[in-house]
Ligand binder design. Structure first.
Ligand code: GLY
Ligand code: MN
Ligand code: MN
Length: 432
């Protein structure tokens, strides 16, 4: 059975009786006037359909023992296809996606009203206002029909079912993530090897985008961050507009998306290819902390355990560097470390770079990691150039080191171990 069919079957099993689950594809997004962003499919819709067109809707129906899958897609249209590209159309979707009931999207309103008759619940993206208004309209019309036995009285969150399923990656998904990481590795190594002095950050960003596409990844998983010097201390620096200067570090957070699956890698490297002694001090302490946290990853451990240890290690690093003084536990209790390490240790990664999987169970208890989870480990220290409480030699240094980790049956596998991060390896790889 194809994987999408298998996933739909699993979801149908979990839906309550006499219910409908409605999933909308992404829609093409406008940049300005009539130009559009590159299309990116909705992750949940893709997870259950494998279909990569916009303006489509997938419906799963469960009535007692009877289960049905219905899909609405854009119909073939010669004139529209001449402008915007080929569409699969109803017939091809029926064949290619092994879905029996496929209709033109033009029939959505009428058919959806029928589908919702005599159902007790509708699952959809409950927290999307536009979807909520649309489903509300459909169900209101169903409710007006007094000859029906039931109308949907419950609106339920489809994402609760879907995101729990997305948490454990299958072998096929892990293979795609590995492929994405492999392409990203080529781009990071390329960046290490080329001359960077006096070029613009956006030029280095372009090198990444070129390498991604050259090796078969059409899109990046998020906007590439190329942050020279003190720009690294802006966590989501994406303007990439400054010139890279000799003596500075560059924080590069860049990962491609391959066949819808993300990679998310940060390396911090010297513009000139050589770390200064002060940069080495900070870098080595963060790298040691990152290795220790990665070593902790195994089934049963929680993100909060990893974060607690990361804070201890980074706080103690900051004492060593003379940035903080006092006892680690006191400093952490007073959140003194958060000024310099303000984010969390990592996140799930998959179809979305920040994969939309649950961190807590239905009782609000944190979920421990389990086999098949993919997460990032990304400690960092951000030492602003204008912060006079930091020893002068460390001001303006911002460093993050990020790898992608798979939780295995009895431990973990660092999927991005091949991307150089030891000082000696980065220096050896860089242009002299
Ligand atoms: N690239 C985004 C992040 O590291 O979470
Ligand atoms: Mn990340
Ligand atoms: Mn990242």
């Amino acid at each position: 059975m194809n994987i999408y069919k298998q996933r739909r079957k699993t979801v149908l099993k979990q839906m309550q009786n006499d219910s409908v689950l409605i999933l909308f594809s992404a829609m093409a997004k406008t940049v300005s006037n009539d130009t559009q962003y590159p299309f990116r499919q909705d992750s949940d819709f893709y997870y259950l359909s494998g279909f990569n067109e916009d303006n489509a809707v997938l419906v799963l129906i469960k009535s007692g023992e009877k289960k049905r899958v219905v899909m609405f897609v854009q119909p073939k249209d010669k004139m529209m296809e001449l402008w915007t590209g080929k569409r699969a159309g109803v017939k091809k979707v029926k064949n290619d996606l092994s879905i029996k009931h496929v209709f033109s999207i033009k029939k959505l309103d009428e058919k959806l009203q029928k589908i919702c008759q005599n159902k007790k619940a509708v699952y959809f993206d409950l927290f999307n206002k536009d979807k909520l208004i649309y489903i509300h309209l459909v169900v209101s019309k169903v409710k007006d029909n007094r000859s029906l036995k039931f109308y949907p009285r419950s609106f339920l969150d489809a994402k609760e079912i879907l995101h729990a399923l997305r948490r454990r990656k299958s072998a096929k998904e892990i293979a795609l993530i590995k492929k994405a990481i492999d392409i990203t590795k080529k781009a990071h190594h390329h960046a290490m090897s080329i001359k960077k002095k006096d070029i613009y950050e956006y030029e280095l960003q372009a090198e990444f985008e070129y390498m991604f596409k050259k090796h078969g990844a059409m899109q990046d998983a998020y906007t590439t961050i190329v942050a020279g010097g003190n720009n690294a201390n802006t966590l989501h620096y994406t303007s990439n507009k400054d010139v890279l200067k000799e003596g500075e570090l560059i924080l590069i957070d860049a990962g491609c998306q391959y066949d819808m699956y993300a990679s998310d890698i940060t390396r911090t490297i010297p513009v000139s290819g050589r770390f200064t002694p002060a940069q080495k001090d900070v870098y080595s302490l963060i790298l040691d902390a990152q290795k220790e946290i990665i070593a902790m990853v195994r089934p049963g451990i929680k993100f909060s355990d990893l974060q607690t240890r990361a804070r201890e290690l980074l706080c103690s690093a900051m004492i060593t560097l003379g940035i903080l003084s006092g006892r680690v536990d006191d400093l952490i209790r007073k959140d003194k470390d958060k000024q310099y390490y303000p984010h969390s240790i990592g996140h799930y990664m998959g179809i979305d770079v920040h994969d939309a999987c649950p961190y807590k169970d239905e009782n609000g208890e944190e979920l421990p990691l389990c086999e098949g989870v993919v997460l990032t480990i990304e400690p960092g220290l951000y030492l602003d150039v204008n912060d006079t409480s930091i020893p002068k030699k460390y001001r303006g240094i911002g460093i993050r080191i990020e790898d992608d980790i798979l939780v295995t049956k009895d431990g973990h596998q660092n999927l991005s171990i091949g991307i150089k991060k030891e000082i000696k390896d980065i220096e050896a790889y860089s242009l002299m």
